[in-house]
Write a protein that binds this ligand. Structure first.
Ligand code: BES
Ligand code: MN
Ligand code: MN
Length: 462
C-alpha cells in the first residue's frame, strides 16, 4: 500500500470541511428533542459512504435509531474488515462552559495540538474518528488500492447503551460476517507515543431512589424526628467504599481477573508523568484504591462512582425543608470476567440491605455491558502494530483503557471475531466534556494509518 500522505495533503481542506459539516448536526441520542438531527446525521453518513466508494449503503431501521450499513465486496475469497463507529454524540451541557458553541465547529491551536484542533461536540467521540475510516476508504478506492472487502456499521445509540445495535447484530449475523472488527473510538497515549487499546471496561449503570416521609416537611417541625432521605442516601453512598477505597459490596471482587506481577510491571513501563497528570486536572493529588497505581486504577480495576445526585431544595436562597425523596445515578466500571448483570444484582441486594428503617429504597438498573480484552498475538493486532510502525515509525504500546464500548463484547459473542481498537484521540481531548476537540494531525494520521491496516491484515491473512 502506497503512503496515503500525498493524497491526504492534496485533499486535506476538503477532509476537514466534510467533517465540519457533519459536526454541525446536533445528533444527541439521549435527548428526543434532537430526533430529527440524529436521523439527518444517519442520512449524511450514508451519502458520504456511498461517495467514498461503497457499492451499497442502506439505512437499516431498528426499534430505535437506525444503523447505517455499507459495504464494498471485491472478492469473496479475500478477508473482510467490519468497521464500527457511532454517529450520535453526548449532550453538550453545561453549555456556558464552552468557549464556542458545541455545534459550530472552530479550529484552534492548543499546546498539545500545534497544528490545530476542531472544537465541537463529537469531534473526537466519535464523528471525527469514524469519519477517518470513510476518508481512508475514499483513498483506497479512488487510487485502486482496496486490498480486501469492507463493511461499515455506524450506529446512532452508542452514547445511550447501543440497545438497538444488539438487536440488529443478533438478526444479521450473516450480513455482518467478517474476519476482524476495526474501531476508532478510543485514544492513544501521545502523538509521539502510539498505542493500541487492548481492553475496555464493562459497565453497570443504576439509579437509586430513597423515600422517607410521604411529602416534603418543615425541617424545624419534623427535623430530628424522621429520616431525611438526603442524609440517608449520602450515608449509604459513603459506605460503599472503605478507608482504602475498596468497594464494600459483598462479592463485588469475586470474579475480578487479577494481573500477574509481570503484566503489572509491563503496564508500568508505559510513559506516564504523575505531576503532569495532576497539573492538567488542577488537583493537588490523585485519589483511589490503595495498592494500585493511577494507570491501574483507571483501567484494570473496577470502580464505583456517583454520576449525579439530587433532591430537596437547590434554588436560590434558603428553604427549610426535609425532602420526601433523594436520588442518585451510579456507575460501576467492570473488568474482564465480572458479569455486569451479576454485579447489578449484587449492588441491588446490598443497597437495599443497608437501608435503615424509616426509608424505602428502590434500585433501577439502566444499561450495562461486559468488559473486553483483545489478545496481542492475533492477526488483527499484528496488522495494526505494523500499520503504526509504518506511519509513526514506532511500535505501538498495548494499553488497556478505562472507558467502555459495551457492544464490543457482544460482537465477539455473536460474530466470533476479534476487535482491534485503533484510537487516535488524546485523553485531554475532553470527550463528554465542554470544549471537546480532535487534533487535525490526529485526524489525518488516522486516515494515513487505516489503509496500512487493510494492507497488512490482507497480507497476514494469506
Ligand atoms: N468512545 C467512548 C468510550 C471510550 C473513550 C473508550 C475513550 C476508551 C477511551 C464511548 O463513546 C463512550 O462514551 N462510552 C460510554 C459507555 C456507554 C454505554 C454510554 C462510557 O465509557 O462511558
Ligand atoms: Mn464513542
Ligand atoms: Mn462517548
Amino acid at each position: 500500500m502506497k503512503s496515503a500522505k500525498p493524497y491526504i495533503e492534496k485533499n486535506k481542506e476538503r477532509f476537514l470541511e466534510e467533517l465540519i459539516e457533519l459536526l454541525k448536526i446536533p445528533s444527541i441520542s439521549a435527548d428526543s428533542a434532537y430526533k430529527k438531527d440524529v436521523l439527518k446525521t444517519a442520512e449524511a453518513v450514508k451519502k458520504q459512504l456511498k461517495k467514498a466508494g461503497c457499492d451499497s449503503v442502506e439505512i437499516c431501521e431498528t426499534p430505535g435509531y437506525p444503523i447505517v450499513y455499507g459495504e464494498k465486496i471485491i472478492d469473496k475469497k479475500l478477508p473482510t474488515i467490519l468497521v464500527y463507529g457511532h454517529y450520535d454524540v453526548q449532550p453538550p451541557d453545561p453549555l456556558d462552559l464552552w468557549d464556542s458553541p458545541p455545534f459550530e465547529p472552530v479550529i484552534k491551536k492548543t499546546k498539545l495540538h500545534p497544528e490545530g484542533a476542531i472544537f465541537a461536540r463529537g469531534s473526537c467521540d466519535d464523528k471525527g474518528q469514524m469519519y477517518m475510516h470513510v476518508k481512508a476508504l475514499e483513498y483506497m478506492t479512488s487510487t485502486n488500492q482496496l486490498p480486501c472487502n469492507v463493511k461499515f456499521m455506524i450506529e446512532g445509540e452508542e452514547e445511550v447503551g447501543s440497545e438497538s445495535l444488539g438487536w440488529f447484530v443478533e438478526r444479521n449475523r450473516k450480513k455482518l460476517a467478517n474476519d476482524v472488527i476495526l474501531i476508532s473510538d478510543t485514544g492513544m497515549i501521545a502523538p509521539d507515543v502510539p498505542s493500541i487499546t487492548t481492553g475496555l471496561r464493562g459497565l453497570s449503570y443504576v439509579e437509586v431512589e430513597v423515600t422517607g416521609p410521604n411529602r416534603d416537611l418543615h425541617s424545624g417541625l419534623y427535623g430530628g424526628a424522621v429520616a431525611n432521605p438526603i442524609n440517608i442516601l449520602t450515608k449509604m453512598i459513603a459506605s460503599l467504599h472503605d478507608k482504602n477505597n475498596h468497594i464494600t459490596i459483598p462479592g463485588f471482587y469475586d470474579d475480578v481477573q487479577n494481573l500477574s506481577k509481570k503484566e503489572r510491571e509491563k503496564m508500568a513501563e508505559a510513559p506516564f508523568n504523575l505531576k503532569d497528570y495532576e497539573k492538567a486536572l488542577d488537583i493537588d493529588a490523585v485519589y483511589g484504591e490503595k495498592g494500585y497505581s493511577t494507570n491501574e486504577r483507571n483501567s484494570i480495576r473496577p470502580t464505583l462512582d456517583v454520576n449525579g445526585i439530587w433532591g430537596g431544595y437547590t434554588g436560590e436562597g434558603a428553604k427549610t425543608v426535609i425532602a420526601s425523596k433523594a436520588f442518585a445515578k451510579i456507575s460501576m466500571r467492570l473488568v474482564p470476567n465480572q458479569d455486569w448483570k451479576k454485579i447489578t444484582e449484587l449492588f441491588t441486594k446490598h443497597f437495599e440491605s443497608i437501608a435503615p428503617t424509616g426509608v424505602r429504597v428502590k434500585v433501577k438498573p439502566h444499561h450495562g455491558g461486559q468488559a473486553y480484552v483483545t489478545p496481542i498475538d492475533s492477526l488483527g493486532y499484528k496488522a495494526a502494530e505494523k500499520a503504526y510502525e509504518e506511519t509513526f515509525g514506532k511500535t505501538p504500546i498495548p494499553q488497556r483503557s478505562g472507558g467502555s464500548i459495551p457492544i464490543v463484547a457482544l460482537f465477539e459473542k455473536e460474530l466470533k471475531s476479534k476487535t482491534i481498537l485503533m484510537g487516535f484521540g488524546l485523553d485531554s481531548d475532553a470527550i463528554h466534556s465542554p470544549n471537546e476537540h480532535f487534533g487535525i494531525w490526529n485526524y489525518l494520521k488516522g486516515i494515513e494509518t487505516i489503509p496500512q491496516f487493510y494492507h497488512f491484515f490482507t497480507e497476514l491473512s494469506k
